[in-house]
Ligand binder design. Structure first.
Ligand SMILES: Nc1nc2c(ncn2[C@@H]2O[C@H](COP(=O)(O)O[C@H]3[C@@H](O)[C@H](n4cnc5c(=O)[nH]c(N)nc54)O[C@@H]3COP(=O)(O)O)[C@@H](O)[C@H]2O)c(=O)[nH]1
Length: 839
């Protein structure tokens, strides 16, 4: 029952008692009984013996009495669990004064009920004292009081300060114990204050009003912010405030739950300071530092790393590590990354290369480890980068010093032996030869003795330069000391190549040399040993080359000697052949023979190939197979080739002018060296002009390797020749690169099926298939196709069946001198081809 309602009832108990007293005889007073019965509160009259005189229904309900009449006259204690009421009634009878209200707990139907009792004497009954007992059920009231107490206790126990704020007055209406403890004000003091009084900073009132208004207007009526409160003692207190707007009794309140965040702010400050310290240390570290994402992107880089790789921070943060890593190192980096991701390794240190922004590579020593989130997911690689370019450079310089001769910078003995053993291993596997040349300068001691060591050093340095310039990539020139040099040529196919090399070395050494105003004519004695013939290990080969070198010295210096005698005689033969070739042009010892070419369908001779022969005095006819390669290597092919071209063009013009039966075109072979080292376009146009031969009468035969060496340059040259009207043919087709791509790009008129395919064309299915394919290919590219080396009717018949356009070979005629070709043309019926005589 609410407090006010109870007090109304309790006031009325006196009035009721007075009313009853005025009625006179209590026992018979019907009026008094009526009054009691009609009251909503529990009422009963008790006599001085504490027996029930009268009881109303409300009291019966409170005491759980079923029949009111049955209890009249019964002692009061039989109706109640507690004897508190009895005691109070006795005290009242003794003192004749009404006691204060008191509460009795009565068990009713298994539940406890709290009853508030009021006792009053009925003053108008002198003969016998009668007491009026009034009771109310205050169980609900007590329960809600307890709930309120519990709630208050909970509120006061909260670690957060809680304020109930009157939003209009901006005053605290209530606060909890924590608020009191936190701020240092008493409860009363706080109720005199408002939220603005807790703010140390000026202008806070407006801010608070504004913020409160926002929360009140907001949909969820809540808000949260951080601020600083000031305690009573002036200390500042960082807080986090959760606000909720509530309305009660038509007034607007705000509940503020305020959490002290001093520790959190301290922790954040510590963290911020720590991060700042880390940032400064990270950026100013003397080594490069970075965080790299699992996909390789740079996430964080310090100043030193930027300095090492030459990129700005922003540039790097838009790149990945692989963008600036040497291609050879990227694979290793990813392999390590994979192992780290799989937790196989925690950390890895390695040396690798980054490409500096300026394009050059730098060596770094890199240590990386993986940083993972709490659940183990890879977050980033933490990387430490140290620039070791200088160290690497020093290492390289030391390595160079350890392996090279200080005067000439050529490899020294140690590196020479290393290279030689590598060359021997390779040659052993590929069944090739290795040449070891020991070069000893002739009379070098005289230079040293006569002109001093400075001149001697300059002399040696120049010789070293000349030797190094005379060799090709893959060769090694080393200085053993003094005036001794060694040259290694790996992968030698033929001994002839070594002879040429020895000649080149002699030539290079022999060029006059001026030092300190004196002219010298250097020369060297060269000893040559060959792997595997003259030894299978480095020491033996060097020893034998040394022996051969002494033989060269004995033979009068300035010459070369092979360790194996048969090589010397072969070298001698080759040298003889070469010097013979050099004189052959001047001495007019070359002749050109012509081999006719026939159109298969018509049997008509439509062309002839010009083929060079050498009539060396006393040696009979020498065929190109024996001298063309030497002429190529010695560079003699260029004047020889031009001579053949001129001779063939002159012959063709002569046949034409004489009105004779003659082949329509003359085919001339062009060597690779001619094609590359001569302005062949100029040579051909000059020869055509000088001889009067028409361009369409001339066909130039080139091999696949000639054009494939430098396809771009070859395409330009061939186009110019083709534009002149000269025919172009690919010789020995199928034996070289056979790149079909160039066939489309070059202005080629015909393909020549190599005679190695024609030889077994009727017996070997593969050769037959190749021939068929070449014919089909040529036709599809609108080229004519000619088969060379046709020696039999069967071969010709096969080619005819396959619609090969032309043929050339002994079956028609061997290459013959011009007059014989003329005879052949005149004598032979062009429809009935018979083998003809020739060389
Ligand atoms: N750069 C130059 N190369 C030239 C020149 N003259 C010739 N050569 C090249 O020398 C190679 C050998 O030529 P040769 O000894 O003259 O042989 C040619 C023919 O005699 C031979 N041939 C022709 N028909 C047959 C045959 O039925 N059977 C058979 N066994 N041999 C035959 O083929 C050679 C022609 O070949 P090709 O040039 O490929 O058409 C040779 O590679 C010549 O090219 C020159 O002046 N400059």
């Amino acid at each position: 029952m609410p407090v006010c309602q109870r007090s109304v009832c309790m006031k009325r108990v006196d009035a009721i008692a007075a009313e009853i007293a005025q009625a006179g005889d209590l026992h018979l007073q019907r009026h008094a009984e009526q009054i009691i019965a009609s009251m909503p509160s529990g009422l009963m009259l008790v006599d001085s013996g504490l027996r029930v005189l009268s009881i109303n229904l409300a009291m019966c309900e409170l005491l759980s009495i079923g029949d009111a009449a049955a209890v009249v006259g019964m002692p009061l204690h039989s109706l109640l669990d507690s004897d508190v009421l009895g005691l109070r009634l006795k005290q009242t009878l003794q003192s004749m004064q009404s006691p204060d209200d008191f509460t009795v707990t009565q068990r009713v139907s298994g539940n406890y009920r709290h009853l508030e009792f009021k006792i009053c004497t009925v003053p108008a009954a002198p003969a016998e004292t009668v007491l009026l007992v009034m009771a109310h059920d205050i169980t609900d009231h007590i329960r809600s009081q307890e709930e309120l107490k519990r709630f208050r206790l909970a509120l006061d126990s909260s670690i957060d300060a809680v304020y109930l704020i009157d939003a209009e007055q901006l005053r605290f209406v209530d606060v909890n114990e924590t608020a009191i403890a936190t701020l240092g004000y008493s409860y009363r003091e706080l109720l005199q204050l408002g939220p603005q009084d807790l703010k140390p900073d000026p202008g806070e009132l407006e801010k608070i009003q504004h913020r409160f208004a926002e929360v009140i207007r907001s949909k969820h009526k809540t808000g949260m912010f951080e601020t600083v409160h000031q305690r009573k003692d002036g200390a500042r207190l960082p807080v986090e405030v959760y606000l909720r707007a509530i309305r009660s009794e038509r007034r607007q309140f705000l509940v503020a739950v305020v959490r002290d965040i001093t520790e959190r702010v301290k922790a954040e400050t510590v963290l911020r300071e720590s991060e700042e310290r880390f940032r400064v240390a990270f950026n100013q570290a003397a080594v490069g530092l970075a965080h790299v994402a699992p996909d390789g992107r740079w996430l964080m880089v310090n100043n030193k790393l930027c300095e090492i790789v030459g990129y700005s921070r922003n540039e790097l943060l838009n790149m990945a590590f692989q963008d600036i890593t040497h291609p050879d190192d990227v694979v290793t980096d990813w392999a390590i990354a994979r192992r780290m991701t799989a937790c196989e390794i925690d950390e890895k240190t390695r040396e690798k290369r980054y490409r500096h922004k300026n394009g050059y590579y730098i060596w770094v020593n890199l240590t990386s480890s993986m940083v993972r989130s709490e659940d183990g997911t890879p977050k980033y690689y933490s990387t430490v980068v140290e620039d070791i370019s200088r160290r690497k450079q020093i290492e390289e310089e030391l390595l160079h010093l350890a392996n090279h001769d200080a005067l000439t910078s050529l490899p020294n003995r140690s590196l020479l032996l290393d290279r030689l053993s590598q060359a021997l291993v390779f040659a052993g596997r590929s069944a090739s030869q290795v040449a070891v040349m020991l070069i000893d300068l002739d009379r070098f001691k005289n230079i040293n003795d006569s002109f001093g060591h400075e001149a001697g050093d300059k002399f040696i340095m120049e010789i070293g330069r000349r030797l190094a310039a005379s060799v090709r990539a893959g060769d090694t020139v080393a200085r053993l000391g003094g005036d001794e040099f060694v040259l290694i040529r790996p992968d030698v196919a033929q001994g002839d190549a070594v002879v040429i090399l020895a000649q080149q070395i002699q030539e290079a050494l022999g060029r006059p040399l001026t030092i300190q105003g004196h002219e010298f004519f250097p020369s060297g004695s060269i000893g040559i040993s060959m792997y595997p013939k003259d030894g299978e290990d480095s020491q033996t080969l060097l020893k034998n080359a040394d022996t051969a070198m002494y033989r060269a010295k004995d033979a009068g210096r300035n010459n070369f000697q092979f360790y194996a005698h048969d090589m010397n005689s072969r070298a001698l033969d080759r040298l003889k052949l070469e010097s013979g070739l050099r004189r052959a042009l001047e001495r007019d010892e070359f002749v050109v023979h012509y081999q006719p070419q026939m159109e298969i369908a018509s049997g008509e001779i439509i062309g002839a190939e010009a083929l060079l022969r050498w009539q060396a005095p006393g040696q009979g006819m020498i065929f190109p197979g024996d001298f063309i390669s030497i002429a190529e290597e010695a560079g003699l092919i260029v004047p020889m080739g031009e001579w053949v071209l001129r001779t063939a063009c002159t012959q063709k013009k002569a046949w034409h002018d004489a009105g004779m039966r003659a082949p329509m075109k003359i085919a001339v072979n062009l060597s690779a060296r001619q094609f590359k080292h001569q302005d062949i376009v100029k040579v051909v146009s000059r020869v055509l002009e000088q001889t009067g031969c028409r361009p369409e009468w001339l066909e130039l035969e080139i091999t696949e390797s000639v054009v494939m060496d430098n396809p771009e340059a070859a395409a330009r040259t061939l186009q110019k020749l083709s534009d002149m009207g000269v025919h172009l043919s690919i010789d020995d087709f199928g034996t070289g690169y056979s790149s079909l791509n160039y066939l489309k790009r070059f202005p080629i008129n015909s393909l020549k099926i190599d005679r190695s395919f024609v030889r077994d064309i009727t017996t070997d299915v593969d050769d037959a298939a190749i021939a068929r394919a070449v014919i089909a290919l040529a036709h599809s590219l609108k080229m004519t196709v000619i088969a060379e080396g046709v020696e039999s009717a069967e071969q010709l018949s096969f080619l005819r069946e396959q619609q090969c356009d032309q043929m050339q070979g002994y079956y028609l005629s061997r290459p013959v001198p011009a007059p014989e070709l003329e005879k052949l043309l005149n004598a032979t019926s062009q429809k009935s081809i018979k083998p003809a005589s020739g060389d």
